[in-house]
Design a protein around this ligand. Structure first.
Ligand code: AVJ
Ligand code: FE
Length: 461
């Protein structure tokens, strides 16, 4: 892997913190302040909650835990504790008003940059010999190894920026955001699916400096041979499932998925509507025909699973997805990304809200995996078959509520990031999770199938 020293990591932390704040500023200044306190959906916080929560997490980890400073506003901690108040209840809390929330986040940031300049980034591997200290954040050691806390806070802000982008997508009213469409790409001439040979491989990481606790540690996994789609499932393919009566056929659906279909009268992905024999969709306040060649997005795990069953296929497991995205069998090595170890650049993947939509299926030839699998990174989050569980040797760090409290709950893992995800919060090991009914997130999928004995025999010659 590419070795990075502490000084370079400090520069990266500064760049990542600045980029996150610029995006936060855009997402919270493109609408009137009155819209920041409104509830656009009971699934989401008011935007002003995300804004102050970003500042409050930064205060807790960078100012108090790393910098050893006293609390600026201890009385607001509980308002911005995600576990104390469900999202639907947040609009009625005595939240900081927009101007106050901005001032608070800016004040915290100014001090955090002082801490960043005055704190050495120790040249260790975060997490090694740094068990979680019960209760006292100040006692958590290893936060400055590779500048971990700074990377974690930049990722946290970017994750809430994505959450705010979801709120923008749910919001009614005139468009507030604009971005150019992805560059048109030459037609993808590859096969629909490829065989991913079976073998053990290294899943997860112990060396990626800012990987979060749930991505660790690196460990060996055996993955039998399987076939994987070379691109995410498109809107055109998904419409064939709809047209074939997919939403009327209980046999394709998981029991709880069928309950959701019947209970909510689902007939198509979220934000779609049928008009004059055509599917239209609302996208950040604009209405457009559903683009046939784009990856389908805003589907639940149940919808992804039902489509796969209808197609005679299944969702890939999380281990299958990661092997396809990272494993280089010739060297028996797992790279950071499908294209290698280089950080994501615009030619590799559709990340970072540079566009407000996924690129057509088959785009990004320079981001493909050695087996020719495209768009594993970026465009749409990909639902996997797997429940969110810890890897063997998992250690909660630096707080149990980041990952550990979600393990074994009603959560499925999503992989690969989307156009809505910044590169700092996306890599081949990154794990996202959500309830299988959720579809306001930028979720799509690709499908897999087992390899038959005949196919394996043919492959072996
Ligand atoms: C990893 C996206 C599921 O938004 O709930 C934000 C990220 N954790 N603040 C979420 C997170 C704490 C988390 N997800
Ligand atoms: Fe958070």
């Amino acid at each position: 892997e590419v070795p990075v020293g502490p000084e370079e990591l400090r520069q990266r932390a500064l760049t990542a913190l600045r980029a996150a704040r610029e995006r936060t500023a855009l997402l919270t200044s493109c609408v009137e302040d009155g819209e920041l306190t409104a509830q656009h959906s009971p699934l989401m916080s008011p935007l002003v909650w995300d804004l102050a929560h970003i500042g409050n997490q930064e205060e807790q980890w960078l100012l108090r835990a790393v910098g050893g400073r006293d609390a600026l506003r201890p009385e607001i901690d509980s308002l911005y504790d995600a576990f104390e108040h469900p999202r639907a209840a947040r609009p009625s809390l005595p939240l900081l008003a927009p101007a106050e929330a901005r001032r608070y986040a800016a004040d915290v940031r100014g001090r955090a940059l002082d801490v960043l300049q005055s704190t050495p980034f120790t040249d260790g591997t975060p997490f090694t010999g740094t068990p979680l200290a019960e209760g006292a954040a100040q006692a958590v050691r290893g936060l400055t190894d590779a500048g971990f806390a700074f990377g974690m806070i930049a990722q946290h802000e970017q994750q809430h920026d994505e959450t705010m982008l979801i709120t923008h997508q749910l919001r009614a009213g005139a468009p507030a955001l604009t971005a150019p469409d992805p560059e048109p790409a030459p037609a993808f001439g590859g096969p629909d699916e490829v065989l991913v040979p079976g073998s053990t491989f290294t899943m997860g990481t112990s060396t990626e400096p800012w990987a979060l606790d749930n991505e660790r540690p690196a460990h060996r996994r055996l993955v039998p041979p399987f076939f994987l789609d070379t691109t995410p499932v498109t809107n055109a393919a998904y419409q064939r499932f709809i047209d074939d009566g997919g939403y009327d056929e209980p046999r394709w659906w998981h029991e709880r998925g069928w309950e959701a279909v019947r209970g909510h009268g689902l007939t198509a992905p979220l934000f779609w509507r049928r008009e004059g024999g055509q599917w239209l969709r609302r996208r950040f306040g604009r209405v457009e025909p559903v683009p046939a060649d784009e990856p389908v997005v805003h589907v639940s795990w149940y919808e992804a699973d039902a489509y796969a069953r209808w197609a005679g296929r299944r969702l890939p497991t999380e281990a299958e997805w990661e092997k396809a995205a990272r494993h280089k069998p010739e060297e028996d090595r797992s790279t950071r990304y499908p294209w290698g170890d280089e950080d994501p650049a615009p030619h590799h993947a559709n990340l970072g809200q540079r566009h407000l939509r996924p690129a057509p299926a088959g785009s990004y030839p320079r981001g493909e995996s050695p087996l020719g699998i495209r768009q594993l990174m970026g465009d749409v989050w990909e639902w996997t078959a797997s429940d969110f569980l810890p890897y063997p040797g998992f250690v909660a760090f630096p707080y149990r509520e980041y990952s550990e409290v979600f393990f074994g709950g009603d959560y499925k893992v999503l992989r690969g990031g989307a156009f809505s995800v910044d590169a700092v919060a996306c890599r081949g090991t990154f794990r996202n999770w959500d309830h299988p009914v959720r579809r306001q997130i930028f979720s799509g999928f690709r499908t897999a199938r087992d390899a038959t004995t005949a196919e394996l025999a043919a492959e072996l010659g």
